[in-house]
Design a protein around this ligand. Structure first.
Ligand SMILES: Cc1ncc(COP(=O)(O)O)c(C=O)c1O
Ligand SMILES: N[C@@H](CCOP(=O)(O)O)C(=O)O
Length: 463
């Protein structure tokens, strides 16, 4: 399997190099050069497999010969052995045809662990025996940061610099990052929003001076390996609900479009996905894009779903590329137009091609009602991000099971949960003493110079 850039001008890479590279050198994102497919028989066969064996079956075509099947299985067993639920990503029934897929049983209590626990091990495996020292730069609106830090803290050959928007993540989210005191972990609060942090990270990759000095890598979903690992749970859930004989719909709380794009990949591989519901909060650029072809930035509004307070969704570029006949030159021009004006129209083929997706914008009231409904009718305390997707799922008429992705543990957002349901979730044991731990982070202006000067003074230059 080779990986190509959405902007068509970066060299094609194999799985090892695409994992270590993160963003493509032409500013694009890497994608497999074709979608592998699983036969109906192969999909049916997944129903009896454990999560680890499902992961191996789904990811093997993407990994190719970068790892032996035994190595891949050992890494998955190690990664998912750290989850607190035997099923890793269990399904919970809400009513006759609605389900939750709980993705928050990993070490940092959000769906990010599913991919990042594996990515940390892949970095370690691919760096073993080399003198390459990775400088991982990332941006987080709350959950990627802690999951990436947990996965990389203390690992040899890697430093991680994680940017979060100052004052715009929950206290639990911030402390999960800033109380990790390993010397290779560097937390930076920037004055600005998540989009500003993400733009700084992308600029670092595209700045020849900076990218030339350090071996940069990514832990955000711009890194293909992140998405690959997330494809697995769509298969794992769907076969338990009757796939391939029965189609399944998914409702996904969406910000950077990574999680829902993984569902699109599963569908391209042959999983019968009836619909992918893109559920946004009031930061609704993706809802406008999917429903009306209008991809234009607004001002980021702060909400009780901080992880989705995003206007520029990195992975939407991957979808536009795939739906636009994979024409990298045309997409590069389209994206450059968006980057300079903050707005673009989808082409007819992109808009019509996105028919697998439905979308919905969920405001504060409907989010609150969804949290209450889950608690009062199904006995489930859910987090606000999950509630955005559940509200969208409840509005969506469907004759197939609808699975809402439960992307974070409610304890990460205790204030919002308590306001909606009267229940204050306890911090799970693994972070029970979080508020007694020492914090370490710096606050910097959100300028390229301030952030890169800080990183350059601490990162290990290329050999
Ligand atoms: C809890 C939670 N839900 C949903 C999302 C949105 O996911 P994505 O950015 O993959 O669209 C995020 C952030 O990524 C998140 O942390
Ligand atoms: N919501 C995310 C934002 C970054 O998304 P990613 O999936 O691209 O890493 C977060 O929690 O940080």
């Amino acid at each position: 399997m080779r990986y190509v850039s959405t902007r068509g001008a970066a060299p094609a890479l194999d799985f090892r190099d695409v994992t270590l590279a993160g963003l493509a050198s032409d500013g694009g994102l890497y994608l497999p050069d074709h979608w592998p497919s699983l036969s109906r028989e192969a999909i049916a066969g997944l129903a009896n497999l454990s999560y680890v064996d499902t992961a191996v079956a789904v990811m093997t075509p993407f990994v190719g010969d970068a790892l032996t099947p035994g190595e891949l299985k050992a890494l998955c067993a190690q990664a998912y052995g750290r989850f607190s639920h035997a099923a890793v990503t269990p399904l919970v029934q809400l009513d006759h045809d609605r389900w939750l897929l709980e993705l928050f049983h990993g070490p940092t209590l959000a769906f990010k662990d599913v991919a990042l626990q594996l990515l940390g091990l892949l970095f370690e495996r691919f760096l073993a025996g080399s003198d390459r020292h990775l400088t991982v730069v990332g941006a987080t609106s709350g959950d990627t940061g802690s999951a990436a830090i947990d996965a990389l803290a203390g690992r040899a050959g890697v430093d991680i610099f994680m940017l979060h928007p100052a004052g715009r993540v929950s206290d639990v989210q911030r402390r999960q990052m800033t109380t990790v005191l390993a010397p290779n972990v560097h937390n930076i609060a920037i004055e600005g929003d998540f989009d500003a942090a993400q733009a700084l990270v992308k600029r670092m990759f595209n700045d020849p001076g900076f990218a030339g000095r350090f071996a940069l890598s990514a832990v955000n979903s711009i890194n293909w390996a992140r998405l690959m690992a997330q494809v697995v749970y769509y298969f794992y859930a769907a076969v338990r609900l009757g796939a391939p004989e029965r189609s399944v719909a998914f409702s996904v709380p969406t910000g950077n479009f990574g999680d829902v794009f993984a569902g699109y990949v599963a569908a391209q591989m042959g999983l019968p996905v009836a619909k992918l519901i893109v559920a946004t909060n009031v930061n609704d650029i993706l809802h406008r894009a999917i429903s009306a072809g209008d991809y234009s930035k607004g001002i980021v509004q702060q909400t009780p779903t901080p992880s989705m307070d995003i206007q520029v969704s990195s992975n939407f570029e991957r979808l536009l590329y795939d739906l636009g006949a994979r024409d990298g030159g045309a997409l590069a021009a389209q994206m450059q137009g968006f980057e300079s004006s903050g707005a673009m129209r989808l082409t007819d083929s992109q808009h019509k091609g996105a028919a697998l997706f439905a979308s919905d914008r969920v405001d504060l009231d409907d989010m609150t009602l969804a949290m209450r409904w889950a608690y009062e009718h199904a006995g489930q305390v859910i987090d606000p991000h999950t509630a955005i997707a559940l509200a969208a799922a409840r509005r969506h008429a469907s004759d197939v099971p609808v699975v809402t992705l439960a992307t974070a543990h409610p304890a990460k957002f205790r204030d919002a949960v308590e306001r909606a349901t009267g229940q204050r979730p306890a911090l799970p044991g693994r972070i029970g003493d979080l508020f007694e731990r020492e914090e370490r982070f710096v606050t910097l202006p959100g300028t390229f110079e301030a952030v890169t000067d800080y990183i350059a003074a601490r990162a290990v230059p290329r050999a």
